[in-house]
Design a protein around this ligand. Sequence first.
Ligand code: ADP
Ligand code: ZN
Length: 216
Amino acid sequence: MRIILLGVPGSGKGTQAESIKNKYPIAHISTGDILRNNVKNSTELGKQAKSYMDSGKLVPDEIIVAMIESRLNETDCKEGFILDGFPRTIPQAEALSTMLENLGIDLDAVIELAIEDDIVIDRLTTRRGCKSCGEIYNTTFKPTKVEGVCDKCNGEVIQRDDDKESVIRKRLSVFYEQTAPLIDYYRNKKLLVTVDANGGKDVVLKLLEKKRSASK
Ligand code: ADP
Ligand code: ZN
């Protein structure tokens, strides 16, 4: 199974990917997570990416494409993969198409998670995450037992720098300008499926299972 999750920041791409991964042994490739890890470890890539990320802008295509190219060649991608946060521009989508052609593989579907901006802003301003294990919390729906402390590992729970309202608005406008054209791009390739991002954390998994049983 090889799929792309497409949706505005806060549409729940990471959450859906986790639910799929619990069922199918495929790689979850989140470009945001890879970049944040590089920033945390102060790698060369992290240094190049940080200022773009902090201001809510996209990291340049060349950097991202090179990063994905090496990631797709890792062995855990053989059984399939979920791309979460990539591609985000038409040139990235075109580069992906060339990479997949060279690997001799096809995409199964591009799933668009549809959601309204107001809901996203609510979700992201209340989102918190554990610095150590990555567990995601929400000050309204899923608070930690002790404020600022992870229930799972006692790590520090913080707000992402780019989850401040002004940066969220910037990320949304970047999405509409640079990423939204991918919706038509993949619709034209007959790969696009749209789901309601408010349908719960398993909406995409359920859709994939329905598709699978229909094609049997
Ligand atoms: P979200 O989808 O919630 O905005 P991500 O964690 O996917 O957040 O990405 C965080 C940041 O990482 C983005 O704002 C951007 O700066 C950078 N980034 C992630 N994926 C890409 C990509 N495919 N192309 C360019 N920049 C990216
Ligand atoms: Zn933790």
